[in-house]
Design a protein around this ligand. Structure first.
Ligand code: MLT
Length: 209
């Protein structure tokens, strides 16, 4: 997959897996990744599906209606890519945090729902429930932040809530924060993400040595 790996300066920090929205590419979320953790590794990937010239991570049949077979196939492919990248770039595969926006948040949510131990945590910005499934793996010790718009024209409120409930039901620690800027990422949202990340995902005990 087309990607960039930016090595972090602190080996105790996780690897942030950056997943862009529809029409974006691997460069989009680098500034956000650096704001979240300037010392972490960044692995940023471009979606391989092209819809009217716009890269995405999986096919959709209509806005908000996903090709579930393709979603599951692309999710496994992305998962395999992370496994491979952890060997190529020598990072801890067990310490990967997805940071996804919109379509990228949806494939990250689906990875949590489809593949056990795929991610240690996730920051899902404006996601929806990617598919209905009760066969979700155990998600104990998985920390997830969902940020959403309470007036998002693309993501219905019910879909955000259904995603939170599905992840919670299977043991994940899920926080949900609402904003009022539609489908857009706001600086207010980034500040909430940074605070949550520092409180929930940075293991302070590691820094005592
Ligand atoms: C999707 O297709 O994943 C969602 O509708 C969000 C988007 O527009 O990319």
């Amino acid at each position: 997959m087309i990607h960039k790996f930016i090595k972090g300066t602190n080996p105790n920090r996780p690897t942030l897996l950056l997943l862009h929205g529809t029409g974006g590419d691997e460069n989009d979320l680098i500034p956000v990744g650096k704001m979240i953790d300037q010392e972490a590794n960044l692995l940023t990937v471009r979606g391989e599906v092209i819809e009217n010239g716009m890269p995405r991570f999986f096919r959709r049949l209509a806005p908000g209606v996903f090709d579930e077979q393709d979603l599951m196939y692309r999710t496994s492919q992305l998962h395999d890519f992370i496994d491979q990248a952890s060997k190529t770039y020598d990072f801890d595969r067990g310490d990967v945090i997805a940071v996804g926006y919109s379509n990228g948040a949806n494939i990250a949510a689906n990875m949590l729902m489809q593949i056990p131990y795929s991610l240690r945590g996730a920051i899902l910005m404006h996601p929806m429930l990617p598919r209905k499934d009760d066969q979700i793996p155990e998600l104990k010790n998985t920390s997830i932040l969902i940020t959403a718009g309470n007036n998002d024209p693309i993501v219905p409120l019910e879909s955000t809530k259904a995603l939170k409930e599905a992840l919670n039901r299977h043991g994940a620690n899920v926080s949900l924060s609402w904003f009022k800027f539609g489908h857009k990422l706001s600086s207010e949202e980034i500040q909430v993400i940074i605070k949550w990340y520092q409180q929930s995902l940075v293991d302070h005990t590691k820094h005592l040595n």
